[in-house]
Design a protein around this ligand. Structure first.
Ligand code: GLA
Length: 555
């Protein structure tokens, strides 16, 4: 849904609070062992959401028609289960007891009746709410009222459970709050949902109207899925690193490095799909689906299911890719290589197969290659099954394909005698074999050491670079910009790469690099840092992980 959202609406007064957000702290204090275990979302949730196509224009007959279409098109039987009613479903006023209610003109039969309708069709019921006072539509004045869950968490959770809700999308929708405030606030609803006793998928978005905290930590202790980026749009590349609106390539850049966070019950969410909504060619639409499948992303369609053309159906119904996405190991593909144009991802599957994606990020057809050993299938002849064509071939070394601009070829790579479908009983403990540093379950191979930083002088700032993840040929870092004993208004961080590293994507800052010299200045929303406080930005880079000394200046 395109909206005229102006990111500069973020009021400067809140930026000091935002600046306190420190993903570095959170990353080191939350261990994956604390993952939320509520029994649901053992594989990435699949379904449909109203927002991308309909925005605020929703009502019960539309949702029922969509449910009918999901069943009649065969999508339900392929796994698309959750029907999620996004923003603008509620009465702008709570009742006299403070209960949230459906909007009586949009949902005259009530929300319980809608839940019953969906359940009778073999579908599941998803609904949208926020932890603050106003939903995003209410914040942007496109819907009246202030009916967020703030102060009503337990009451709303009970109401949702009573309506038969199976999935809650809980959207931050505020410029306020540090990342630690967000963790605490999202945890309130997590606990309220648990207290209802009903299994409910908990889907959060920390990024809306806020600094992009989604990629700054592993939210698996709080939620079943968490948005990694700003909102998606139906374009391949919008030029954004993590700002509104995001194209497919931009979202992939942010989400690939977060692979180690994903597993059964907890998944990175690169947003609802744009397949079937125009704005991209067929190759790009296929690539979008293939990459979401490889990234173990929730597959939530965002198109009008009542009027899908055959190209859209071919994509959304690709059983090979759905099987890769829904594999019981729940692993997100890790990056094998990325030279800026040719990007290779590999996803280990429960029956010992490995899915490999050969992704061409460039503007013209090129050959993308990897090897059996790079993806952990060395030692003999393997069969490659093309996920789009079902064509098979064999190799004992090179895996390659000619891939059109923005295309993604996916092969399922099997050893002789392996069953084509993932066996749920396959042991998840087989040793990770993608590459020593690319194991999805391995802890980040990067050294935890950070670059030195000098103490900032009054009115000045300092910067520290820390590597938080690395893989063969690339790494992800976080840079903490620390104010001294006076507040900072605008900052510039500079460093020089020691070994030819190059930044492939950067968020929460603006980059102007030249050769090995890197200069990053603040975005409009994170330039002001209160005295003694800090803010962070992050990047992914090609080359071997390095932590050069960075300098920080403030005008
Ligand atoms: C935010 C979310 C979107 C959608 C809208 C609703 O922008 O990121 O997915 O839910 O709010 O207003």
């Amino acid at each position: 849904m395109d909206r005229k959202r102006i990111r500069t609406t973020l009021v400067p007064a809140v930026t000091a609070a935002l600046a306190l957000a420190s993903g570095a702290v959170a990353l080191t204090t939350v261990s994956p062992a604390q993952a939320l275990e509520n029994g649901v979302a053992r594989t990435p949730p699949m379904g449909w959401n109203s927002w991308n196509t309909f925005g605020c224009n929703i009502n019960e007959s539309l949702i029922r028609q969509m449910a009918d279409a999901i069943v009649n098109s065969g999508l339900r039987d392929l796994g698309y289960q959750y029907v999620v009613v996004d923003d603008c479903w509620f009465n702008p006023n709570r009742d006299s007891s403070g209960n949230i209610q459906g909007d009586p003109s949009r949902f005259p039969s009530g929300m319980k009746a809608l839940g019953d309708y969906l359940h009778n069709k073999g579908l599941k019921f998803g609904i949208y709410q926020v932890p603050v006072d106003k939903t995003c539509a209410q914040y942007f004045n496109s819907y009246p009222g202030a009916t967020g869950s703030q102060g009503h968490e337990a009451q709303d959770a009970r109401q949702f459970a009573a309506w038969g809700v199976d999935y809650l999308k809980y959207d931050w929708c505020s410029p306020n709050g540090t990342i630690n405030d967000q963790v605490a606030t999202f945890a309130k609803m997590r606990d309220a949902l648990k207290a209802t006793g009903r299994p409910i998928v908990y889907s959060i978005n920390p990024n809306s109207i806020h600094s992009k905290t989604g990629p700054q930590r592993n939210w698996g202790d709080v939620a079943n899925m968490w948005r990694t980026t700003e909102d998606i749009t139906n374009k391949w590349d919008t030029g954004q690193t993590n700002g509104y609106p995001m194209g497919i390539q931009n979202i992939v850049n942010v989400t690939v490095p977060l692979a180690s966070y994903a597993g059964p019950g907890h998944f990175n969410d690169p947003d609802m799909m744009e397949i079937g909504r125009g704005g991209m060619n067929d190759t790009e639409m296929r690539s979008h689906f293939a990459l979401w499948a490889m990234m173990a992303s929730p597959l939530i369609a965002g198109n009008d299911i009542r009027s899908m053309d055959s190209a859209t159906q071919t994509i959304l119904k690709n059983k090979n890719l759905i099987a890769i996405n829904q594999d019981s190991l729940g692993l997100q593909a890790t990056q094998v290589s990325n030279d800026g144009t040719r990007r290779v991802l590999a996803k280990k599957l429960a029956n010992g197969d490995v899915a490999v994606a050969l992704f061409n990020q460039g503007g013209s057809t090129t050959t993308v290659s990897t090897t059996t050993s790079a993806i952990g299938k060395s030692g003999g002849t393997v069969t490659l099954t093309d996920a789009w064509t079902n064509a098979t071939s064999t190799t004992s070394g090179t895996i390659s394909a000619s891939v059109p601009a923005h295309g993604t070829v996916v092969y399922r790579v099997s050893s002789p005698g392996s069953s084509p479908s993932a066996s749920p009983s396959a042991s998840p403990s087989v040793s990770p074999s993608v590459s020593p540093s690319a194991s999805p379950s391995a802890s980040p191979s990067a050294s935890p050491s950070a670059s030195p930083s000098t103490s900032p002088v009054p009115g000045g700032c300092s910067a520290t670079i820390k590597t938080i993840n690395s893989w063969g040929g690339g790494f992800q870092s976080e840079v903490t910009v620390q104010a001294g004993s006076s507040a900072v208004n605008g900052w510039t961080v500079k460093w020089t790469w020691p070994g030819g590293q190059t930044i492939s994507s950067l968020w929460n800052g603006r980059q102007s690099s030249s050769g090995s010299s890197v200069t990053v200045t603040n975005e409009s929303y994170n330039g002001s840092i209160a005295a003694g406080a800090s803010t962070t930005f992050g990047f992914t880079a090609n080359g071997s992980a390095a932590t050069p000394t960075a300098t920080c200046t403030s005008p």
